[in-house]
Design a protein around this ligand. Structure first.
Ligand SMILES: [Zn+2]
Length: 195
């Protein structure tokens, strides 16, 4: 026969447990920083870390634009689509591949070249993935609005930049494989292979 008292006691116990759990959950949540201004005040910041890697090399160097709109998509492309989690270095400069060949900013070119050389020696990278993106402010500023006025013109402009970047890579780093991608803000990355 069902013991009503025992059932009631159990229910009260479970309810109390829930209330206490909720109290501590919300107390902890409330003490967490809610934005940058709060987070930066902490003396010690705990980042959710992946498994520790016992590696000294990386297969790939990603060269991308700095644009804030594509940080998540860039990570997903490398980690989820290309399966390169913890296996790639990254250089981000305005325009991506454009920074390697841009005549008006020779210091960008030098920085890019020297960093590629350094990473090749340091991490034994085997390939470079250039990831340019559509609606790029650096292309608008350095190549002119008309160069990216339509989707076709934009593709053509990036193709030309990639062609020069590939030629330069062949001269400077002939043993590195080179890949050239153009990603849209919709997350679609087109593989602009050598014509
Ligand atoms: Zn950009």
């Amino acid at each position: 026969m069902l013991n009503i008292n025992l059932v009631l006691q159990s229910l009260i116990f479970i309810a109390l447990l829930l209330i206490i759990s909720c109290y501590f959950y919300y107390k902890r949540k409330k003490s967490r920083p809610q934005n940058f201004e709060e987070a930066i005040l902490q003396d010690r910041i705990h980042v959710r870390a992946l498994q520790a890697q016992d590696k000294s090399t990386a297969t790939t160097l990603l060269i991308s634009c700095v644009d804030f709109r594509l940080r998540e998509e860039t990570e997903r492309l490398m980690n989820e689509n290309f399966k390169l989690l913890n296996d790639y270095d990254e250089i981000a400069l305005p325009g991506g591949a454009l920074a390697l060949i841009e005549e008006t900013h020779p210091h960008w070119r030098i920085t890019m070249e020297e960093t590629i050389g350094l990473l090749k020696d340091l991490h034994q990278i085997e390939r470079v993935v250039f990831l340019n993106h559509r609606e790029c402010g650096a292309f608008r500023l350095l190549k002119g609005q008309e160069s990216i006025a339509t989707k076709d013109l934009e593709t053509k402009t990036h193709q030309e930049v990639f062609k020069d970047a590939r030629a330069k890579m062949k001269r400077e780093f002939p043993d590195l494989k080179v890949y050239t991608l153009l990603i849209g803000l919709d997350g679609v990355a087109e593989n602009l292979k050598q014509e």
